[in-house]
Design a protein around this ligand. Structure first.
Ligand code: SF4
Length: 184
């Protein structure tokens, strides 16, 4: 049986496939040692949700474990407003909705649907500027793209010598000191 893909890794993979390797390798260490302030803030945005302290209202589900058998993905949701049938993914600050963000929330959506939840709306919430951004439900084409990326993740070869990366991304990468592709 193939290993499940962790939903939060989709965003990392889109940023750089090699970063998944470093993420998994150093997972057991204190992440504060190598997470930038920016990413640490993003993680803190999720802290209340992960510890399920965001809301005690019964109509809000927080940080629940999710799984989709068809896609082979596992993870957690941020918030599901059962009254509004709305799935909300919070980020510390959203300037641009990157493809990785879409892949994450689409995966969460497909998990919830397969698990039997009713979800009719998807939104991102940018905490710093208190802005909610609603997006459409994923189309068949979106699902195809999600499956394509999942397939790429499963088949990615860390030692593929044809790999190349945008140096600007490497500059922003939290794993750059560990990665032999980062040229100083
Ligand atoms: S330093 Fe560059 S190539 Fe290495 S993991 Fe980071 S983004 Fe990828």
């Amino acid at each position: 049986m193939e290993e499940n893909i962790i939903i939060s890794n989709l965003n990392d993979f889109i940023f750089c496939p090699r970063s998944i390797y470093f993420h998994n390798l150093y997972y057991q260490f204190d992440e504060k040692l190598f997470h930038s302030t920016y990413q640490q803030k993003g993680k803190e945005a999720h802290k209340n949700v992960d510890s399920q302290t965001y809301s005690s209202k019964k109509n809000i589900l927080q940080g629940i474990d999710i799984y989709n058998e068809e896609l082979g993905v596992i993870g957690k949701i941020d918030l599901l407003d059962l009254d509004n049938k709305e799935l909300i993914e919070r980020k510390n600050f959203i300037k641009t909705i990157y493809e990785g963000y879409y892949l994450q929330i689409w995966s969460q959506y497909f998990c919830l649907i397969e698990m039997g939840y009713d979800v009719e709306k998807l939104s991102f919430y940018s905490m710093k500027n208190n802005k909610k951004i609603s997006i459409d439900l994923p189309t068949d084409e979106n699902k195809r793209r999600l499956k394509e990326v999942i397939l790429q993740m499963r088949s990615f070869d860390l030692f593929d010598t044809s790999f190349s990366q945008n140096p600007r991304k490497c500059e922003m990468c939290i794993y750059k000191e560990l990665c032999d592709y980062y040229k100083k």
